[in-house]
Design a protein around this ligand. Structure first.
Ligand SMILES: *Cc1c(COP(=O)(O)O)cnc(C)c1O
Length: 527
């Protein structure tokens, strides 16, 4: 067994707070029961799913959760919700990948996919760690250059590249991942009078079999070779461009598919080298998996409970019977979860190890051999998995109200674009902490503040189904106005990829958690 697994295992975090041993009765104390001392409760005791999905927590977040009054003060100053950024875990996340590549005798270049979080603290940390940065737009590129990241450590993968972005790239010289013939022509135009050729990586759309729809990213190898061979206005032919590598980016997390893609990328490298070009790396893009949950059984039990609920055999797990991708059709439950696999086995280092040990074709060399035998550097562009453990989103409870089915709506000062990706839902249990300022601490009678309730989190957009998570949650010790709901591990995409300022509600502020409190991330001051 390689050391990669050890590197992953080393990131074991405390998963429970001090009150772990106490049972969280779902019925809880009645309205007249004595209010439990806040100190008696473990970090997770105030909220969990009807079928729990227990988040992995980094020590920095456990520390913050144990200081609810500080947290309340930060929200009082910066507003609700508040994004907490903490880049500390990036180092161990990157290290796991480096160790895996090293075990296969490969050099690995890690380029942090910045679109996963806009916080500049993560760019600064990538720079400090000697990582590169993958940028997806003109402003991302400008900001990353302004933070001092050298151009040779930047790859520009923007899916659409405007003329002004290409001009900036020609002037500042990051590696440009070229997607298509029109983009090639636009870059040749932008670069026609540069003294030094602009470094480009050809973006390959690998052929992954008849059942796999072609990726939108890149062109097939033969299409690239036709462009390279057309003479005159071709990449690497006097036109101001030089081919430095081959890149691809696939959706999903399948290591086997990526091994096949590496095989095709190395064949394209061979064909380019035969033509006198000198590509030196294969960049496998993003999609390196991570887990939000430690417990795979819990993940299975959640889906069992949810399917049972949809089939009428158990209590509801979601609001209004939302199927999370499943539906009852003709008496049979069909569908599949299309969102992020919140529990996965084989993440980061272990996943990369499996990929590199995988043959590029049946009976063929391993992906590692295919790269090593050609002296190629391996590059990757992790976004989400590099930010694992690097953030949380905190929002203040504004109201609680009962529904006529006995469940409750808990309204947060937050909207659903502030913890959401393009997939259906955030399936991890939020945590609830109670600062002294919460109304639960006031002498006026407030039975709900301490009584066990069940219900749903709703947000600020004026939409009937504005749910912050579809999952039904239990609050065994009640919810008070002023309680803080903490969505753990939101740095990768969840904070920013869909956030909107609709209703003229400002975007959430982003603060970096340090030893002495929080400081604003400079991104909120950027134009
Ligand atoms: C989004 C993206 C990434 C990052 O993907 P993750 O799944 O977050 O690792 C990397 N490269 C490219 C080109 C992307 O578009």
């Amino acid at each position: 067994m390689s050391t990669t697994h050890d590197a992953e295992d080393a990131r074991t975090t405390t998963t429970h707070g001090a009150g772990d041993a106490r049972t969280t009765a779902t019925t809880g104390p009645g309205p007249t029961a004595l209010r439990p001392m806040a100190d008696d409760l473990g970090l997770r005791d105030r909220c969990h799913g009807a079928a729990p999905l227990t988040a992995r927590l980094e020590p920095w977040l456990e520390d913050v959760l144990a200081r609810p009054d500080d947290l309340a003060a930060w929200l009082a100053e910066h507003g609700s919700p508040l994004n907490l950024l903490h880049p500390g875990a990036m180092e161990q996340n990157a290290e796991a990948l480096l160790v895996a590549a090293d075990a296969h005798d490969l050099d690995l270049g890690i380029f942090f996919a910045r679109k996963a979080n806009k916080g500049l603290a993560f760019v600064d940390e990538a720079l400090r760690l000697g990582l590169g940065v993958d940028v997806a737009s003109e402003r991302e590129l400008r900001q990353v250059l302004d933070r001092g990241v050298p151009a040779e450590r930047i790859v520009l993968t923007a899916a659409v590249k405007s003329a002004s972005l290409l001009d900036l790239a020609v002037r500042t010289r990051p590696t440009v991942a070229l997607d298509n013939a029109d983009e090639l022509d636009a870059l040749l135009l932008a670069a026609h009078d540069t003294p030094d050729p602009v470094p480009v990586a050809l973006r390959l759309a690998p052929a992954l079999g008849p059942d796999r729809p072609q990726t939108r990213f890149g062109l097939p190898a033969d299409a690239w070779l036709r462009l390279v061979d057309r003479g005159g206005q071709a990449p690497g032919r006097g036109g101001g461009l030089t081919i430095t590598g081959v890149h691809f980016h696939l959706d999903g997390y399948d290591a086997g598919e990526r091994a096949v893609a590496i095989g095709q990328a190395t064949e394209l490298v061979d064909a380019l080298r035969e033509r006198g070009h000198r590509p030196a790396f294969v960049d496998i893009g993003g999609g390196i998996p991570m887990s939000y949950l430690d417990d795979g059984d819990e993940w299975e039990r959640f889906w069992d409970a949810h399917r049972a609920a949809l089939s009428g055999d158990g209590p509801p797990q979601t609001f209004g019977g939302h199927g999370l991708g499943f539906a009852v059709d003709d008496g049979r439950l069909r569908g599949r979860w299309g969102g992020y696999p919140y529990h996965q086995t084989g993440v980061r280092g272990a996943w990369l190890h499996g990929l590199l040990a995988h043959p590029v074709a049946p009976g063929g060399p391993t992906a590692a051999d295919a790269l090593r035998s050609r002296g190629l550097e391996l590059r990757c562009e992790p976004g989400r998995s590099l930010l694992d453990g690097c953030g949380a989103t905190v929002a203040r409870v504004a109201f609680r109200k009962p529904r006529d089915d006995g469940s409750w709506l808990v309204g947060l000062e937050m909207n659903r674009t502030q913890c959401r990706t393009t997939s259906d839902d955030f399936l991890v249990d939020p945590l609830v902490v109670r600062p002294a300022s919460a109304d639960g601490g006031s002498p006026s009678p407030d039975p709900v503040a301490d009584a066990a309730i069940e219900g749903h989190l709703v947000g600020a957009y004026c939409i009937e189904r504005e749910l912050l998570t579809w999952r039904r949650l239990r609050f065994p010790h009640g919810v008070a106005v002023g309680d803080l709901v903490v969505f753990p591990n939101t740095a990768g995409y969840l904070m920013h990829i869909l956030e909107s300022a609709s209703h003229q509600i400002p975007l959430a502020r982003n603060v970096v958690v340090g030893r002495d409190g929080v400081r604003p991330d400079p991104i909120d001051a950027a134009a």
